[in-house]
Design a protein around this ligand. Structure first.
Ligand code: 13P
Ligand code: ZN
Length: 270
C-alpha cells in the first residue's frame, strides 16, 4: 500500500487549500472543498474494507451511493491543512443512498466533514448529471464578490453581465454566468437544495453576504473559475463609485464568443 500523503489527490488538495488561504478567501475555518475520487485510485492507498467510523449525513443522495470523496473537515482552518492533512481532511464513502458516510481516512481528532456537506453532495449530484467529468465542489469567502452582494442587484442576468464587463476573459471562462442565492441560513439541507438547483445551469453560485460556490473537473480549473470571477468583482468594487466612461459592449462580447468558440448564456447578451 502506498503512503496516502503522497497521493496526487491529497497533494493537490493541500496545495489548493494553502493557495486559497494565501488569497485571503478562507479566513479562520471559512470555506470547504469536496473532491470526487475514483475507487481504483483510493485502493492504491487505503484498505477500502477498513471503515473507521460511520457518520450520518442527514440527507439522501442516491446518485452518490458508493462514491468516494476527499473533504475538508468542519471547523478546520485551510491554513493548517498543509501541516496536518490527516486531521483537517477526510476520505469518506457514501452508503445507504447517501444517508451515511463511512470514514476511511482522516479527521483524526474525531472530527467530521464540513457543515456544508449537504450543499457539496447535492451540488455534485447536479453537476454530474450535466457533466460526468465534474469532480470538484469548492466554497470560499472572497472579499470582493461578497462586497458586491451588498451594493449590486442580485438579479442573475445583471450580476453576470456586470462581471463579464469587468474583464475581457470573463465571458470566455464562465459563459454560463453566475447564479445567485439570496441570504439563507448556511449549513442546512435547504441551502444545499437551493445551491444544487442553481448548479443545474451554472458552475458558479454566489451566496449573498456569505461567499461563492464553484464546480469543475479538477481543483485547478475550479480555483481558476472562482479566481476569475473574484478578479472581476474586485474591478467592479474599484470602479462602481466612479463615472463609467468605457465598457465592453455586447457587440464585443459576441466577437469573443466567435473567437473562443463559447456560447454566452441564452438571453444574457443583447
Ligand atoms: P465548515 O468549517 O463547517 O466547513 O464551515 C465553513 C463555512 O464556510 C461555512 O459556510
Ligand atoms: Zn462559508
Amino acid at each position: 500500500m502506498k503512503d496516502i500523503l503522497t497521493a496526487p489527490f491529497v497533494v493537490e488538495m493541500v496545495r489548493t487549500t494553502s493557495n486559497m488561504y494565501a488569497h485571503g478567501w478562507d479566513e479562520r475555518n471559512g470555506g470547504n472543498i469536496s473532491l470526487l475520487l475514483e475507487e481504483s485510485s483510493v485502493k492504491e492507498y487505503l484498505d477500502i474494507t477498513a471503515v473507521k467510523r460511520t457518520i450520518p449525513t442527514g440527507f439522501e443522495a442516491p446518485a452518490l451511493e458508493g462514491k468516494y470523496f476527499l473533504v475538508t473537515g468542519t471547523g478546520k482552518y485551510f491554513k493548517n491543512v498543509e501541516v496536518a492533512p490527516a486531521v483537517n481532511l477526510g476520505i469518506v464513502r457514501l452508503i445507504n443512498q447517501g444517508r451515511d458516510a463511512e470514514l476511511l481516512w482522516g479527521y483524526e481528532d474525531g472530527g467530521q466533514f464540513t457543515s456544508e456537506f449537504p450543499a457539496h453532495m447535492m451540488s455534485h449530484m447536479a453537476r454530474l448529471a450535466v457533466d460526468p467529468k465534474n469532480h470538484v465542489v469548492m466554497h470560499c469567502h472572497p472579499a470582493n464578490l461578497l462586497a458586491m452582494t451588498y451594493v449590486h442587484t442580485l438579479d442573475e442576468r445583471a450580476f453576470t453581465r456586470t462581471l463579464w464587463q469587468m474583464c475581457t476573459e470573463c465571458i470566455v471562462v464562465f459563459p454560463d454566468g453566475v447564479n445567485v442565492l439570496p441570504w439563507m441560513l448556511c449549513g442546512t439541507n435547504e441551502i444545499g437544495e437551493a445551491t444544487a438547483e442553481k448548479m443545474n445551469t451554472a458552475r458558479l453560485v454566489v451566496w449573498a453576504q456569505h461567499g461563492i460556490y464553484g464546480a469543475g473537473k479538477d481543483l485547478d480549473e475550479t480555483f481558476g473559475l472562482i479566481e476569475t470571477a473574484e478578479k472581476a468583482a474586485e474591478i467592479y468594487m474599484k470602479i462602481a463609485h466612479l463615472p463609467l466612461v468605457n465598457t465592453i459592449t455586447d457587440e464585443q462580447m459576441h466577437q469573443l464568443e466567435g473567437r473562443f468558440s463559447v456560447k454566452a448564456r441564452e438571453g444574457y447578451l443583447d
